[in-house]
Design a binder for this molecule. Structure first.
Ligand code: ATR
Length: 294
């Protein structure tokens, strides 16, 4: 890698940031597309988010990813916010504009591209959404924007689920989202569902957890998507597979949210499939990417 006076700088801000896979991924994309760009992690404490964004702009940084816990706080520090990010209520990508940064959310687009790659249909599809946190909002927006059928939201905190459903129903102008307490899953109408798991239950090191434990629940599901990728097979995926469902983890979503951000920073570039495959392999082989109990 040759760094010189014209090298563009991008990075990711978060707290903590040590375990981020983004530098690995974006530096592969830069090399593969012959872009003069380097991507680095920045540890940014919550109380210095504004200073970090203003400092980044002053330093001519071209773009930033934003991760936990700054995805909402950063919205106060931008000159413009993309419609999808506004609807989701979180920003994970900053793109340099003339007077500051414009905020985007590439999680929804990343999830959509991951599902499309697997030919998983959304239009008219009835869905179960597990969780109501930040990741769930991106998934909910993607489902509504892509024309999903009914979406049943199951979340431990009913209040959060209700808020998500109300916001998305308002956004879509339809009664698309309904809340069901996780232990009332039997109230979900008979049918065959696409389920998207967005809670942190089952994520390393809590690999023995699933948001719903009863095996019978999983008979409602034809395709089970977990946005967790460590471990590569979560308990949710195993329970779904045992009930005959097709399963998919969150690695492709991680990759495609990165691809979408990279293409926002470099509009003249399309990240080639071979670079995505290389990044996928590197993440899988990374020690943090293998916290997998099989
Ligand atoms: P993220 O941005 O990753 O979505 P978050 O906003 O903190 O993180 O949301 C975490 C989600 O995981 C929430 O839906 C949370 O449920 P609550 O809203 O009830 O807190 C869910 N969650 C976390 N641990 C869980 C567990 N052990 N069982 C079920 N749900 C869990």
């Amino acid at each position: 890698m040759k760094i010189n006076g014209t090298t563009k700088l991008c990075g990711v801000i978060g707290y903590p940031i040590e375990h981020t896979m983004s530098p690995l991924m974006h530096n592969v994309f830069a090399r593969a597309t012959g872009t003069d760009l380097v991507y680095v992690p920045f540890l940014v404490r919550p109380e210095t988010v504004r200073a970090a964004v203003e400092g980044a702009f002053a330093l001519n940084i071209q773009g930033l990813n934003v991760t936990v816990p700054h995805k909402q706080a950063v919205m106060e520090c931008l000159v413009e916010i993309d419609d999808a990010a506004r609807a989701i209520g979180a920003v994970n990508t900053l793109v340099r504009r003339e007077h500051g940064y414009q905020g985007y959310n590439t999680d929804a687009a990343g999830l959509l591209r991951a599902l499309q790659e697997e030919r998983i249909k959304i239009k008219g599809q009835d869905c179960i959404l597990l969780g109501a946190g930040g990741a769930a909002k991106a998934a909910a927006y993607m489902l509504a924007a892509a024309g999903a059928g009914h979406v049943y939201v199951l979340n431990r905190s009913r209040e959060r689920a209700r808020e998500l459903a109300e916001n998305m129903n308002r956004w879509s102008g339809r009664e698309l989202f309904a809340v069901i307490p996780p232990d009332h899953w039997r109230d979900i109408p008979q049918g065959s569902y696409l389920a998207i798991q967005t809670t942190s239950a089952g994520m390393y090191p809590r690999t023995d957890e699933a948001p719903v434990e009863e095996a019978e629940f999983y008979q409602k599901i034809h395709t089970a998507v977990d946005i967790i990728y460590t471990p590569s097979k979560t308990k949710f995926m195993k329970l779904a597979a045992r009930a005959g469902a097709r399963t998919m983890n969150g690695l492709a979503m991680l990759l495609y949210q990165g691809v979408t951000a990279y293409e926002l920073w470099n509009p003249e570039v399309t990240v080639p499939a071979a670079a995505i495959a290389e990044a996928r392999q590197l993440i899988q082989d990374h020690p943090g990417g293998r916290q997998d109990e099989g």
